[in-house]
Design a protein around this ligand. Structure first.
Ligand code: UDP
Ligand code: MN
Length: 414
């Protein structure tokens, strides 16, 4: 009897011990889980790099200093803010300062690297299977997430291109590519192989311009970048500001960012003689003017793929018989139904440059210049004399980044 009692108490205490061990283990697992949740809330997901720092090409110490100087937060003039969007047609017009993130509701973080159209994972990506949900903070955009394409032509290499390579290009050497129509050994060497001969025709006519834009788009598709920004060769691009702008939006969502040059949406008539149902059908859409520059998220570029890749961009341009930037708007707004998001900080020479106030230069994404009849439409800025710098681009660059070696020592940082 005593023996049985002893055995019973042994079995009982063994069960108790198991129970306790299990309790301790459960508490341990809970503790580890809570620590992980807390850590994730505080630090967010790692993007595989060191947070928000902008990356600049191998620098000239002056470039590095300029980079550091501009990394500090600036006023942003055109962030997305759902509460104050005024809608013109089906285009969002944004004109407020806001601290809201550019994420659309329910947006997950992007995959660590972006699939190109040649990756199998592209199809999963399109179906949203690679997106991560529950991200506490949107991922940070870095300069290296961008592909900047600049449209140029043989006749502008020694004038417009030269000016770019001495100024803003220095802040985005690795990310900027020039799309031209010839082989140019000098600039090929100077840009470390970043000149792309599109083999498109030379000339300022629709077919040639559409051909180049199509090549720029396909080049982006073949890259693994999250954003594509197009500019003309008479644009000055404020690179750090451009990166800050894109940081407000998610590249896994459809974004078409730019600025129209007309005050109402474009109305065109599709002279579709082949289809009896669509003869002279009127369509209305906005487009971002190419001369101010525009940006397209990877998600949107991938959505355009069946319609616009493999030379189809040019075919659409041919069909509607409008220039490259209009063709882009037609594809995105009319065919894909993705609205243009207007960002006031883009500027083409179709607007008067002199009205952009110097105090706001840091907030602008792009500038331009043009000769209008006998006068220059240029930014009004102190700096080099008018004879040395009639287009004011060197002066503007030195106003923004006075530490560059090309800048006179007398220009002070404001
Ligand atoms: N361009 C071109 N081929 C030409 C003329 C111009 O590719 O024969 C490019 C030019 O480099 C620029 C854009 O087209 O990036 C617009 O040209 P431009 O500024 O001369 O004219 P705009 O259209 O602004 O009046
Ligand atoms: Mn121009």
């Amino acid at each position: 009897m005593r023996c049985l009692k002893k055995k019973m108490s042994q079995v009982f205490s063994l069960t108790q011990r198991y129970k306790r061990t299990l309790q301790v283990m459960a508490a341990g697992v809970f503790l580890i889980y809570m620590t992980l949740v807390l850590y994730q809330n505080v630090y967010g997901y790692s993007s595989g790099s060191n947070g928000q720092e902008l990356q600049y090409g191998p620098a000239d110490p002056a470039v590095a200093a300029a980079a550091a100087a501009v990394a500090e937060p600036q006023n942003v003039i055109a962030k997305r803010d759902n509460s104050v969007n005024s809608v013109i047609g089906n285009s969002h017009v944004i004109n407020s300062v806001s601290s809201s993130s550019g994420q659309r509701a329910g947006v997950g973080g992007p995959p660590a690297s972006y699939p190109t159209r040649f990756d199998k994972s592209y199809y999963d990506y399109q179906n949203g299977q690679l997106s991560v949900t529950g991200t506490p903070k949107p991922p940070t955009t870095e300069l290296d997430d961008l592909l900047i394409s600049v449209k140029t032509t043989k006749g502008y290499h020694d004038t417009r291109l030269e000016m770019i390579t001495k100024t803003w290009y220095q802040l985005a050497k690795e990310q900027t590519w020039f799309f031209t129509d010839t082989n140019d050994q000098h600039y090929q060497k100077l840009t470390n192989g970043h000149m792309v001969n599109t083999n498109c025709s030379q000339g300022h006519f629709r077919k040639a311009l559409c051909c180049k834009m199509g090549k720029e788009y396909e080049f982006f598709l073949d890259s693994a970048k999250r954003w594509w920004c197009h500019f003309d060769d008479d644009n000055y691009v404020n690179v750090p500001r451009l990166v800050r702008l894109l940081d407000e939006y998610s590249p896994t969502q459809d974004w078409y960012l730019g600025k129209p040059s007309i005050s109402s949406p474009l109305e065109i008539f599709l002279d579709n003689t082949k289809s009896s149902t669509e003869v002279n059908k009127k369509v209305t859409f906005w487009f971002a003017t190419g001369g101010a520059g525009f940006c397209i998220s990877r998600a949107l570029a991938l959505k355009m793929l069946p319609i616009a890749s493999s030379g189809k961009f040019m075919a659409i341009g041919d069909k509607i018989r409008f220039p490259d930037d209009v063709t882009m708007g037609f594809i995105i707004e009319h065919i894909l139904n993705v609205p243009l998001t207007v960002v006031d900080a883009f500027h083409s020479h179709l607007e008067p440059m002199e009205f952009i106030r110097p105090e706001t230069f840091h907030d602008q994404v792009s500038f331009s210049y043009a000769r209008m009849k006998n006068e220059w439409n240029v930014v009004k800025v102190d700096g080099f004399d008018l004879k040395t710098d009639p287009k004011r681009i060197y002066s503007l660059h030195c106003y923004l980044y006075p530490f560059f070696s090309i800048c006179p020592k007398t220009i002070k940082r404001r």
